[in-house]
Write a protein that binds this ligand. Sequence first.
Ligand code: M6R
Length: 614
Amino acid sequence: MCGIVAYTGSADAVPILLKGLKILEYRGYDSAGVAIQTSTGATEVLKTPGRVEELDAVVAEADLSGHTGIGHTRWATHGVVNHQNAHPHVSCDGEVALVHNGIVENYLELRAELAANGHTLTSDTDSEAVVHLIETHLKAGESLEDALLHATSRLKGAGTFVASARSQPGKIVGMRMGNAGGIVVGHSEDGNMLASDLLAVLPYTNRVVYLDSGEQSIITDTSVIYRDGNGDVIDKEVIISERTAEAAERGAFPHFMLKEIHEQSERVASAMRGRVDFENGSINLPEIPFSDEQIRNFDQVVLVGMGTSLHSAMMGATLIESFARIPAKAENASEFRYKNPVIDENTLVIAVTQSGETADTLAAMEGAGEQNAKQLAIVELDGSQATRMAHGTLLVRAGLEVAVASTKTMTNTVVCLYMLAIHMATIRGTMAPEVRKAAVGELASLPSGISSLISQEKAFKAIAESLVDCHHLLYLGRGFMFPAAMEGALKMKEIAYIHAEGYAAGEMKHGVNALISDEMPTIALAPAGHLHEKMVSNVNEVKARGGQVIAIVTEGDEIVPEIVDKVIELPAASEALSAILSLVPMQLLAYYTAVALDQDPDKPRNLAKTVTVE
Ligand code: M6R
């Protein structure tokens, strides 16, 4: 979704903003722009549909420089992708420049009111209404920070806003309204920054503050002031981020996605470090904020998430229910938020979200909070909004994920859910010690299992290249393999643009069998386990109807390879860990199919890494 970066200080703002916008590209965007306060006292706005490189060229041509500026990458929601709709937007008198991430729900009403009051709106966006509202307040003699506060009080929706005003040079104001995207404030000796993402400030400083809903940050070259929703000055603690700017480099890999797939073995090990005691066969999760008594009293667990995180949540629900014997279910956060769910203080709600900023997931958490549910966030990005809303956080420790398609964060998330399920089972006494020790002990072979799959990359590439002419693919699985099948299909859809469906194999006879033909290959997830025979039947049914099958099996399987067209072998593992392992070849299948089709796997069309609007 939209990216924001702003700087005011002693250095030239232009290269800082352009570098920040380049870093923010991974969030997904279609246009980019900057507004710079120049030495002549003017505010120059340059913007363009397309890539940041195109903006770069426009800016170079204009020979732009200045010490204060705001920048934006737009991910279109209201209005087509064109020059007028790109940000920054400016007021009629050119006084105010504004960038926005989020949605103003009552924009039609506001635009009509502003037009009736004599404002000329030049774009089709919801955001532009806000710049004209600010203009009205500035004309009434307000400071920029008060004008922004009062303008946003008219809005319905959620978003983040960053504005500058020509008559108040050297000052930039940022504000967060609701849970649609965050603002991180970077404090440094050479100037101060606002950004939608930590990564854009890390090249300059690791001293940061995250704004909460309703809060403002007013930055100048030498000062940073925080205010609450009433305009009162507040104190915010400056955090030292442990992330480094280098995390955003892709090294020798052609794409971030491939780099991130390759990192999984090492990242999984870091998710377990200090948390798994292999000697005693136990799990130690001191970050879980609930007492043993609370854990014993939970009468249900609801995991909420979207996309890949929903698939992780589905695996987590099965793990928690089977290990800790608590009814557990995964819910799509965008559905959950509008339900009237039966939850209370004995419900554990687990928000599964890599970014910790997904609008629907945060809204689901908000609703759960109103019902007094206990909340745990399973998150990659520390300091994100989900971590601030939950009672506690289990960080997945996958390291920065830049590619839009999630890979290592899912693997690590499921490993965290596996550890959590064992932790809860231990407290509730629902797992016999030998069973627990075996479940813990098995984790030791996960990193090497992942490495051995990655070493077969060439074989997966060859299979991927055989899929490029397909228009439809079916992914089938049962048990833990059902969410894995859904995830495999999602990866293929999002980066190779091939229609793919993940199905519970038992559903086939209830409709989907009608689609089977030699034109729709099936990826059958059939590793060893109590559902293996059932999957063998499903595979036979597909074959009997002329379908091609690529099977993912456990090494040593003597049945499935005999009846299918192509085989991918997983190292021997339990059903739960086989599901985690199966993600790796499916990620590589999707990656190499996208590459063979000449698509950029890191920046799939129409998608954003962090979905901060609903
Ligand atoms: O940041 P989150 O995990 O909350 O994001 C949720 C989804 O947008 C995300 O998992 C998305 O489906 C994946 N990036 C797709 O690969």
